[in-house]
Design a protein around this ligand. Structure first.
Ligand code: ADP
Ligand code: MG
Length: 333
């Protein structure tokens, strides 16, 4: 993380415009998983390939990325009745359910992060989570929270690796992968681009961004949104070959009696986490940085920063309630 420079208020839009008209950069934005996704990559046509051939290759790669995101959404969305996740939520409370290796591996990562964070990250938060509807400004009352809290416990999800099964300890338990699935999708898409020979690429899904290589000899510049001013950035971070995820209380929320109810839930209280307003995590693995941004958001500035400072290979940028920026040790040289 050497030589980190923070440029305030540089916009993505301006950065994209800097691409010259005949450059071999390709980009595409599309909606999937309830959010905007973006893919951008460089194809080298210095060899024999004709322009048409390289354009066709780019179109194919864009479709590959799009289809991969759609595939993961179909597998992991709680809103899709036929998804593997919905099936587990219906059946695993009654019996052990055999699941795909892919979902099993992701559930193991989720569980590791729950252990690491002492339950600040917990996919069983969903027992409360589904009672919030931010668009309709609905939230569970205190009684509903008290009833649901005992159901939030990552230890209620039992994973049997020899049989690839998942079983819940109660039929009331539900899980949701909203805090980790987008990072995983970004990771998968980058792997697909890489295996197709792409060396420089950006893939993002909402606040989760993964990078391959650099942007034509310069670092990629990834913006951290200003948490309280739309269309402004709090910081722009130069990065190469890394991933960054931002969790903010401004993405899905409503305000009632001056209190902000948003989509990151403290599993210990069933209420939105309010110690900080934005957390960005930087690291090699898009899946981990996604889950860790949610985790550190719940933990808050002091404990959250400590968690990151104690981990090798991860850095954090936290914006507190007074909109001050805080940086983990590795970003401070
Ligand atoms: P975004 O989805 O906007 O990228 P995050 O990565 O912070 O933001 O993930 C927030 C999502 O994580 C929520 O929408 C919800 O699906 C899920 N979630 C909320 N609280 C928790 C929690 N304590 N542990 C695990 N997942 C959570
Ligand atoms: Mg996250």
């Amino acid at each position: 993380m050497k030589g980190l420079v923070i440029f305030k208020r540089i916009y993505w839009g301006l950065l994209l415009l800097s691409t010259s008209a005949n450059a071999q950069w390709y980009q595409h934005s599309f909606e999937v998983m309830g959010t905007m996704s973006h893919v951008e990559f460089w194809l080298d046509n210095s060899e024999v390939e004709k322009e048409q051939a390289i354009n066709d290759k780019a179109d194919t790669l864009i479709q590959v990325v799009k289809q991969e995101m759609i595939r993961i959404d179909q597998q992991m969305s709680p809103y899709i009745e036929q998804s593997e996740l919905s099936k587990i939520n219906r059946e695993a409370g009654v019996k052990a359910v055999k699941i795909s290796q892919e979902l099993f591996d992701l559930l193991i990562i989720a569980q590791n992060i729950s252990t690491l964070s002492d339950g600040a990250f917990d996919i069983t938060y969903a027992s409360i989570g589904y009672q919030y509807n931010y668009r309709e400004q609905k939230r569970p009352n205190q009684q509903a929270i008290i009833e649901a809290l005992p159901l939030i416990d990552y230890a209620s999800v039992q994973l049997e690796s020899s049989k690839l099964t998942v079983r819940y300890t109660s039929d009331q338990v539900k899980i949701d992968l909203g805090g980790i699935a987008k990072g995983y999708a970004v990771k998968r898409c980058l792997a697909l681009l890489k295996s197709a020979g792409v060396q420089n690429a950006l893939v993002s899904a909402g606040g989760d961004t993964g990078l391959l290589g650099d942007r034509y000899g310069r670092p990629w510049l990834v913006a951290i949104k200003h948490p309280r001013a739309e269309n402004k950035n709090a910081a722009v971070i130069p990065l190469t070959n890394e991933a960054i995820s931002t969790s903010g209380d401004y993405e899905r929320y409503f305000v009632e009696d001056g209190v902000r109810y948003h989509h990151i839930i403290n599993p210990k209280t069933g209420d939105s986490a309010r110690k900080v307003v934005s957390v960005s995590i930087i690291g090699d693995d898009p899946t981990y940085v996604d889950a860790l941004s949610t985790t550190v958001f719940v933990k808050g500035l002091t404990v959250g920063m400590q968690l990151i400072n104690n981990l090798d290979n991860f850095e954090a940028i936290i914006i507190d309630n007074k909109q001050r920026l805080h940086f983990s040790n590795g970003l401070q040289q």
